[in-house]
Design a protein around this ligand. Structure first.
Ligand SMILES: Cc1ncc(COP(=O)(O)O)c(C=O)c1O
Length: 411
């Protein structure tokens, strides 16, 4: 597989930045400031500036960022939080870890993000008012928050979600773990807004493969609310604002100084890397435009996606992935089983058919190689192999159609 094309190349960007990154290590070793301190503070300020928010609070993972954001926003144990079934399980793990219950809203079949129509329908038809609260008929729980996920690097339709949330008194928390630098044109505000700057709080993951990745585990919460920021700082640090004065029970969710320094060094390159991802996505779109057997990603006019993943759809996903594997091309599925059908959520009593768009999409999606250093030649090869596979599949199907009825019956 010497001329293979990896699904993701994490080595090249780190080798390119070797000098800067080892400098961070050296600095931390020489100061022994391993936890917290100026490197964390400086990264937090820089990331908040990047997102266009007043605050960013660095924590130890995206899952912690989500959990702390949910808790700090006042979601109570026993509440229901609305989110999508088509996401990574960390989204719902964080809801459950905060003591709340995830309830699902189907996705939009084109954007793969929360369907505003489905959200509206749920709020209008599947909720009642009781003691001043909005109660889900399905779970009997008070619905207090909505948690849209900006999947694959494209933001959910935030104006519409915020409008509905405002009407029903819900807090909006963004799962921006895949969307560092993604933008949304807010008609209400008449300007482009960055992921993480529109909800009451937002969570980011810096897992190594993300658009901005640490060399280990890391995450951050962004918010414009300074009271919320202070709460999250306490939650990440054993409930203390002053050493050994614990106002609440918290967690050990702090970020190491080394990771903050590495992230800060890489942040300087993020806008350029995101631009390259957008260029690579445009090139894939061009190469695949005439191939009717695949569906390319849909980017509405109000979105500037940052293509954490480039996801196509095929009605013979298995065949296509096998073909690409044999050609030395890496692919992935994000994600094969919607959360409402996972064993972990059997107790929620959802059934196949409950979220048709999420189920259809999960059965057809394939993620193609996508990273800033992907070359035009590599992309041309990926597209050629996809074309070779779809032409072969078309010929096979036509051959089967032409086969005499008796042959078909005995086949
Ligand atoms: C959509 C989404 N939410 C949450 C997370 C959790 O982030 P982490 O792995 O940093 O805990 C991830 C990361 O994989 C993610 O993709």
């Amino acid at each position: 597989m010497s001329n293979g094309i990896p699904f993701l190349d994490l080595i090249t960007p780190h080798v390119e930045l070797e000098h800067e990154l080892t400098g961070v290590f050296r600095q931390v070793l020489h100061t022994a400031g391993f936890i917290g301190g100026p490197m964390v503070d400086e990264f937090e300020s820089a990331f908040a500036a990047f997102c266009g928010t007043n605050h960013s609070i660095a924590v130890s993972s995206g899952t912690d960022a989500l959990r702390f954001a949910i808790m700090a926003c006042g979601v109570q144990p026993g509440d229901a939080v609305l989110t999508v079934p088509h996401t990574f399980i960390a989204t719902t793990e964080a809801i459950s870890q905060a003591g709340a219950l995830p309830e699902f809203i189907d996705i939009d079949e084109r954007t793969y993000n929360m369907s505003v129509d489905q959200l509206q329908q749920f709020l209008e038809e599947q909720c009642t008012r009781g003691k001043g609260k909005l109660i889900s008929r399905r779970s009997g729980r008070p619905v207090t928050a909505v948690l849209p996920v900006h999947l694959y690097g494209q933001m959910a339709d935030m104006d519409s979600i915020l409008r509905l949330a405002g009407q029903y008194g819900l807090t909006v928390i963004e799962d921006a773990c895949q969307a560092h630098g993604a933008e949304y044109f807010s008609k209400r505000l008449n300007r482009w807004m960055k992921a993480g700057s529109m909800g009451r709080a937002a969570a980011f993951s810096f897992y190594p493969g993300k658009n901005l990745g640490a060399c280990g585990e890391a995450g951050a919460v962004t918010t414009n609310d300074s009271v919320l920021a202070d709460k999250i700082k306490m939650l990440r640090d054993h409930g203390q604002a002053k050493k050994y004065y614990h106002d609440i029970e918290g967690y050990n969710g702090r970020l190491d100084a080394i990771q903050a320094g590495l992230l800060h060094a890489k942040l300087a390159h993020l806008a350029k890397w995101n631009t390259k991802r957008r260029e690579r996505a445009a090139e894939y779109n061009r190469l695949l435009a005439n191939n009717e057997a695949v569906t390319a990603p849909y980017e509405p006019s109000w979105s500037r996606a940052v293509y954490h993943l480039y996801v196509i759809r095929s009605n013979d996903r298995k065949g296509m992935m096998n073909h690409l594997k044999e050609a030395g091309i890496g692919t992935g599925i994000h994600y094969p089983i919607p959360l409402h059908l996972q064993k972990a959520y059997a107790s929620l009593n959802y059934c196949p058919g409950d979220f048709p768009a999420a189920e259809l999409v999960a059965a057809e999606i394939v993620s193609l190689p996508m990273f800033p250093q992907l070359t035009a030649d590599q992309q041309a090869r990926v597209a050629e192999e996809i074309l070779a596979f779809t032409s072969m599949a078309r010929k096979q199907a036509a051959g089967e159609d032409r086969a005499p009825a008796s042959a078909k019956q005995t086949a």
